[in-house]
Design a protein around this ligand. Sequence first.
Ligand code: CA
Length: 226
Amino acid sequence: MRILLVEDELKIAQFITQGLTEIGYVVNHGEDGRAGRDLTDTYKYDLIILDIMLPKISGLELLKHIRSVKITTPVLLLTARDTVEDRVRGLDLGADDYLVKPFAFSELMARLRALQRRPPLQFSTILKVGDLVMDTVKREIYRGDRAIVLSPLEYNLLEYLMRNCDRALSRTQIGERIWELDFCSNSNVVDVYIGYLRRKIDKGYAQALIYTIRGVGYCLKTPSID
Ligand code: CA
């Protein structure tokens, strides 16, 4: 398992490299965007951990380059606390997940494990769950033959659910991801927006895709074939 870490803050780079090396991963470290690009152009990696704020070439520019040359390696972005737009842009550019600094090593490991489990289809720009299809380049959504029009927030929420399909997501996870960082779990905004999505995605169909996971949150499920 070979991991590329592109991170200019040496303390963080050391912390991640040491932790991953100790459990048997091979870690290459690029200390700026250009070094990262040289490494991705030269070697094949199983996972890429990419800081957004990098000297020379930014993390998002590097991500754009990686996807433009058809490298489908899962990318986990590292971001600072106040860069919601960057994260949304990163996901639009083909990042698979992100982690907000500072984070615990165990949290990083959990994200990396989840990325390794994810089927290759999900790295595509076309996301499919049952007959629900999202084209993340054209930002178009279809269920069967029917086009579905979503607001930008509904779209971001649905993309997050689709990229994590068959995985239960807590209201806090969803809230932090879609609505800023210090998400107040007393807010019912997640439930409200799930309601909007259900009306557009599931209403009138025999097979529902959005499920409530009692005591946790929500899950977009792949319909079972039977
Ligand atoms: Ca940085």
